[in-house]
Design a protein around this ligand. Structure first.
Ligand code: MN
Length: 500
């Protein structure tokens, strides 16, 4: 089947005729533009933009994303100008293509300047631009992630040096981005593909060991699956079960924490249950906890309290036969789709959900309010001028898990894991942070350095005549917002002192 047929087959179900026509025009145009070009692998160049466009079509993204994907390398690699693209495909496509072209110029140096880790200036610039683009139009980031996925799939054609550079960039920039956007499926693939290049030996060792463990536990797991299916049938709950496989890179990270002890990784083996609706998820949870004893503190209800990237699922780790820890993930079909494709699933084109014209003309096009953090991120990254600090704090804020706590009024605040009442205070209001003198957690007095936990209610006690924060707080605050505010207040107080 030729490319046009493949693409049309994928978009026919959900796009109107006029859009299908625009897309096939764009495909022809891209083919013509890249006509004489080959990829290093020897394939026709068009196979690359075509892969990206096809993947977007699988995700049912809107036509402008697909057109932009087809044209994403045109400005950089051919003689065609952005004016020409604008004339043919309009300003929205052009905007996306231009952003993608800009992002392309940013690469890591082949030699890791720092030697030990990838905190180089260029990389930081790359991150900044990625985020900038992100706040502007998330579709740019989605396309970029898929573009990278295709590139890393055909990475063998490059020199070893370049492979490593691309792999580092993927592991430290693109995979975390995919994760933050909730695109779990892409994140895992990016991680494993780049980890394999960066540390082939370790990758192989973990993979074969994991395989052995899976084979060993298979009988156990399938018996458990059978038992659960039986119980569900009895209760007339319709659900599908499958054994959940962990990606190699995430096992690697857990192994670092457990000092290479596979036994200590409690969610190494898992079963995923996809239910019809939310109610069924909770019923299934009840059935599992009746059958098996849950391991304390290893239960999370991300359905009631979704992760910041939109992820929803119930997780519980129980002990099954032979004391084996087994993780269950229970969610609906929609939640499962969201877990795999994240933000991309919000751009799904349907007639009634089609964004309004005037909204599209606006330069900020993000699907919904829950992605507010993207804008916040773009805002404070502007403020931090020191690049090395930027990346350090970025890693803390942006890539680690978050916790959810409540204000006395019941509003939810999300903070980086390990946050303290001081982080909370500054997230409510700068002055509350500056005047904080104590905290009540679920009604009980706690020190300001106390580490907050999910679901706690935090009340900040303030001292009205307190001039500013205690510099010691910098020792324990976690969020970069709070750190910034403390530093800047201390600096201002110092300056005032000089004049007194
Ligand atoms: Mn590309």
């Amino acid at each position: 089947m030729n490319e046009e047929k493949i693409l049309i087959k994928k978009i026919r179900h959900y796009l109107p005729k006029t859009e299908i026509k625009r897309i096939s025009t764009a495909l022809k145009f891209a083919k013509m533009a890249h006509d004489d070009q080959k990829r290093l692998s020897g394939e026709d160049y068009i196979t690359h933009p075509f892969f990206v466009a096809k993947t977007l079509a699988q995700l049912k993204l809107d036509s402008n994303s697909i057109i932009a994907a087809l044209l994403h390398d045109v400005i950089e690699d051919t003689k065609i100008s952005s004016k020409e693209i604008e004339k043919r495909f309009g300003p929205e496509v052009t905007e996306i293509v231009l952003s993608l072209t800009k992002l392309k110029k940013i690469t890591l140096p082949e030699n890791n300047l720092n030697g030990e880790d990838p905190k180089t200036l260029l990389q930081i610039n790359a991150l900044r631009r990625v985020f900038f683009a992100m706040a502007k139009d998330l579709r740019v980031v989605i396309i970029k992630i898929i573009d990278r996925l295709h590139n890393i799939k055909s990475i063998e054609v490059f020199s070893k040096k370049k492979q490593k550079r691309i792999a580092r960039e993927t592991l430290y920039i693109y995979a975390p981005l995919a994760s933050r956007l909730g695109m779990g499926k892409f994140k895992m693939e990016l991680e494993d593909k780049s980890f394999k290049i960066l540390n082939r030996q370790r990758y192989k060792t973990i993979k074969s060991k994991y395989k052995k463990l899976l084979i060993g536990a298979r009988k156990n797991i399938s018996q458990i699956e059978d038992l659960i299916i039986k119980k569900l049938k009895k209760e007339k709950i319709f659900a599908q079960t499958s054994s959940r496989v962990k990606n190699i890179y995430s096992i690697h990270k857990k192994l670092i924490k457990t000092r290479n002890n596979y036994q200590k990784i409690q969610d190494l083996l898992g079963i995923r249950i996809i239910a019809e609706n939310k109610e069924a998820c909770y019923k299934i949870l009840g059935i599992i906890h009746t059958l098996y004893q849950p391991i304390p503190n290893r239960f999370s209800d991300y359905i009631a309290l979704p992760k910041l990237n939109g992820y929803q699922s119930i997780h519980t780790i129980v002990r099954v036969n032979n004391n084996l820890p087994l993780e269950f993930q229970i969610r609906t079909t929609e939640m499962d789709y969201q877990a795999n494709f994240g933000v991309a699933s919000h751009f799904v084109y349907t007639d009634d959900l089609k964004p309004k014209e005037d909204k599209r003309k606006n330069s900020t096009y993000t699907p919904q309010k829950e992605l507010k953090w993207i804008h916040e991120l773009a805002q404070w990254q502007e403020k931090i001028k020191d690049s090395s600090r930027f990346i350090k704090e970025l890693k803390i804020d942006f890539f680690n898990d978050r916790i959810f706590v409540f204000t006395p009024k019941g509003d939810v605040k999300d903070l980086p894991k390990g946050s303290t009442p001081v982080d909370f205070a500054y997230s409510v209001h700068t002055e509350i942070g500056n005047k904080a003198c104590g905290a009540k957690i679920d009604g009980a007095l706690k020190p300001l350095s106390y580490q907050l936990k999910d679901g706690e209610t935090v009340e900040i006690l303030i001292r009205k005549n307190q001039k500013g924060p205690n510099p010691d707080w910098l020792e324990f605050v976690k969020s970069s917002g709070a750190k910034e505010k403390i530093r800047s207040k201390i600096n201002t107080l110092k300056k005032i002192d000089q004049y007194l």
